[in-house]
Design a protein around this ligand. Structure first.
Ligand code: 9MR
Ligand code: ZN
Length: 550
């Protein structure tokens, strides 16, 4: 098989197709008239040619020299690939659909035909919620985005998605200027921020008067596969967790800084909410874990520690206010042993690092930070975090070099939601590139996108509506129940999982290699679900590659 990025390649990036059958030559041909424009020789990936994560024998067909925009196919001895593009801005519609997916996840409002087209539907989940353990529904917690294929709304998942989206906006705002045809379009605010505000307004409702924050609001068990407005089971607000409070403080502080340029009142509300949440953390230094109450079955998003959430909160409040007390907490937490580079819902240390590394007072030159505004301690910590970040990025470059599919994933990285790891590593690499301008990070980041869009062992593009063979049956209630054959575009599948644990698991033979442990069927929630925090790192990466240079 010929594995390609099914959308295509940017003119000035490396361009490689992966072949799983030997061929003496390969040719690039115009897709319309089949005229040959380039010829090359496939190169075995290694002496044994075998890729560990997929078990495939692979050959690399490098056509980077071809930089002319156009529509092409690749021809080998026995095969012709589907057509793909070489061109500038070929990921623009991908980027915009990935963002628009959040509009389709809106809860608590009807999706109108003028914005949602044939995917319009009624208003959902507006009933008052009951605090678990109480008997009356008194809490107004409507709004926000459905988390995933299910209709729960979870604070830590929300904060993670918002973080990817808002940091992307902050780092390259010029890539978020297109109107997305959402209800707020045309109000003078970029639509990414309009969409994120829909989530933030809900998040603010999740805070209690003492500054603490509910871990989640959802029904008691997941709904059947019905449209959201048909899911009328009672809603519950679940207990407070310190992860929820920490993430809330961090993401509200981040948002306060970004929305300050658009809406002072909103920014001030976010600032006050962040400070209040932080005060709760100060007053409650102990870990407040979260476990689902007996019998409840919606998403748990458990965690074993809140140190990384507190670290991120300290970083963002320091950045927002410049106050010493936050810096002192940051220094103390920095000395503790948890990842300072991960960007996931249970491991948020990387967001704290990102906040500091992108602080305008720091300028990184090779491996040191220079600043006239920062203390020596601040400079030293920033320089150490910068080195850790680049070390992590270097690891990913090595993983990609050792992968036949040129993806920064080892065999053990194919867990539930592996595509989040693929895209989060893309973020790490992009940030490393922005800090150092070392092109090898940029190339490696682009290779992560190629994997997502079809240059992988299953040959699927893992984004609905994009590519020639994209997933069509994600585990998502709205997509299943809407009666429309075509999936809503712009949703990222969780992707291969070496240990599937859902009704589709029997479809996958026990000896299936990790990168192939996937099935495009509705039942496969551990392989083919969608979530807001798997789409968000893909927005970051697609937006970065939407334009030629940052
Ligand atoms: O993304 C989560 C994954 O890392 C966990 O292994 C899995 C099992 O706990 O849960 C995933 O999160 C799901 C959440 O609990 C409910 N909404 C859908 C999420 C994606 O499958
Ligand atoms: Zn809803």
């Amino acid at each position: 098989m010929i594995h390609i990025n099914q959308i295509g390649y940017l003119p000035n990036e490396t361009k490689v197709a992966i072949l799983t059958e030997p061929s003496d030559v390969f040719e690039l041909i115009y897709s319309d008239n089949h005229q040959v424009v380039f010829q090359g020789t496939p190169v075995a990936f290694s002496e044994a040619a075998t890729d560990a994560a997929s078990g495939d024998s692979v050959w690399l067909a490098d056509f980077s020299e071809l930089t002319t925009s156009g529509s092409y196919c690749i021809r080998t001895a026995n095969e012709v690939s589907a057509s793909f593009a070489i061109g500038e801005q070929i990921y623009k519609s991908l980027k915009n659909d990935l963002i628009k997916s959040y509009y389709y996840q809106r809860c608590g409002c009807a999706l109108l035909p003028q914005h949602a087209g044939r995917f319009s539907h009624g208003c959902c989940h507006t009933a008052l919620a009951t605090l678990v353990g109480e008997s009356h529904a008194t809490l107004e917690l409507s709004g926000g985005w459905h988390d995933a294929g299910d209709y729960g709304r979870y604070t830590t998942a929300a904060a993670t998605a918002l973080a990817h989206l808002l940091y992307a906006f902050e780092l390259f705002p010029e890539r978020f200027q297109e109107a997305l045809n959402i209800p707020e379009s045309g109000n003078g605010v970029p639509d990414l921020l309009n969409e994120c505000r829909y989530e933030l307004e809900w998040l603010l409702k999740m805070q209690l008067p003492d500054g603490s924050v509910f871990h989640k609001v959802s029904t008691w068990r997941h709904a059947a596969f019905v449209m959201p407005e048909e899911d009328t089971a009672p809603l519950y607000a679940y207990a407070v967790s310190s992860m929820a409070v920490g993430d809330f403080a961090a993401v509200c502080a981040l948002a306060a800084r970004i929305y300050a340029a658009y809406d002072t009142d909103f920014s001030m509300r976010l600032t006050a909410a962040a400070i209040q949440a932080y005060r709760f953390l100060q007053a409650h230094p102990d870990f407040i874990p979260f476990r689902n109450p007996e019998g409840s079955g919606t998403g748990e998003y458990g965690d074993r520690s809140d140190r990384d959430e507190r670290f991120w909160a300290a970083a963002e409040l320091f950045r927002l206010t410049g106050e010493q007390c936050y810096w002192e907490d940051f220094v103390q937490l920095y000395a503790e042993d948890f990842s300072k580079t991960h960007l996931g819902y249970a491991s948020t240390g990387g967001f704290g690092t990102l906040s500091l590394l992108t602080h305008p007072n720091f300028r990184f030159v090779s491996d040191c930070s220079l600043s006239t505004h920062m203390t020596t301690e601040q400079q030293n910590i920033a320089a150490a975090l910068f080195r850790s970040w680049c070390d992590e990025a270097d690891n990913y470059v090595t993983f990609a070099r050792e992968s036949g599919y040129q993806v920064a994933m080892t065999s053990k990285d194919f867990h539930w939601g592996s595509n989040m790891t693929v895209m989060n590593r893309g973020i790490t690499l992009i940030v490393a590139y922005l800090l150092t301008k070392n092109p090898c990070y940029r190339t490696a980041a682009c290779n992560q996108l190629h994997y997502l869009l079809g240059r992988n062992a299953t040959g699927y593009s893992y984004v609905t509506g994009h590519g020639t063979k994209y997933i069509r049956h994600p585990h998502m209630r709205t997509i299943f129940a809407d009666g429309i054959d075509e999936p809503i575009p712009g949703f990222v599948s969780g992707g291969p999982n070496a240990r599937p644990c859902d009704p589709a698991a029997p479809l996958i033979p026990a000896d299936t290699p990790p990168m192939k442990s996937f099935a495009d069927v509705y039942e496969a929630y551990s392989l083919n679900e969608v979530t807001i925090y798997w789409n968000s790192p893909a927005v970051f990466v697609a937006a970065f590659f939407d334009s030629a240079e940052a």
